[in-house]
Design a protein. Sequence first.
Length: 365
Amino acid sequence: MSSNTPSYTYEQAGVSIDAGNALVKAIGPLVKATMRPGADGEIGGFGGFFDPKAAGYKDPLLVAGNDGVGTKLKLAIDSDMHDAVGIDLVAMCVNDLIVQGAEPLFFLDYFATGKLENGVAERVIAGIAEGCKQAGCALIGGETAEMPGMYAGGDYDLAGFCVGAVERGEQLTGDRVAPGHILLGLKSSGVHSNGFSLVRRLAEDKQWRLDRPALFDSDRLLINTLIEPTRIYVKTLLPLVRDGLIDAMAHITGGGLLENIPRVLPQGAHAEVDADGWDQPGLMAFLQAQGNIEPGEMARTFNCGVGMVLAVAPSKVELVRTRLEEAGEDVLAIGRITEGEKGCTVRGSQGTWSAKEDWEAVHLG
């Protein structure tokens, strides 16, 4: 090699292998704290093992899901609030598994950035570990990608992948739902992780002071109400699912109440939601007022204060309500299942909106 030719290194190109190794060492205790029966390996290998038999399953069906946090990440980055978005990442995956009757078993994450800043990455992964502990699943691995030129300074992206299990024959498919079933809602912890493109647009156009107390809650800064992590419902719902008390569930994510409830209904079942049956949270009322958002748009963009919807047979409603409230959930009676075209109708004093099976939202007056 010519002495006049400069010697290039990976670090000069923007990638620090040492920083990556330091991060793996730093997050080791966080990952270890999420271990559970079936998962007891160390991170750092090429993959993670999980033993369903050790987790207590005899003939399990595996259920897999992956998701991200969306543009809520941008709000977290701009506000230097990285500690909770990892919980959001886990929540978006595990809440999708529990609605199918599956217990989340293990989780893997993908963290990508232009330049690895261990202080930020460690805070994010600490949140992921906390989310896994809340869901009872093991963080068995992941990928940290440092990609110069792909991201603006300070930006990063997150994705998550989760696998769960349910004993064969016990999975929730919605086939047990029938006219007469009652719809119960579990309160959300805030906006959760959907609708933040609109939230951020409002924040910019209306010049919100995120570091000031919220107009609807003087005890909290506006940024804290917006960044509140998605509630994880797994540990409160799993015992009821295993006892056969819930016939279907819908995780209220993108598409809101209108478009998510029909996803778990059989043909001939129509969800009738009474929007006046619960008080709209102050944050949701604030968003609607600030953006002059039509009620139908609210019902298909935000969760409107309901993060999870349960379809329960009338004879089991009081038992389900009691057990969930004892577990710390706020339970709302939000509607019922009627006979009709598969879909959902949201009725309230502000109007009536309906979504048919093909997800086309229609304003009925």
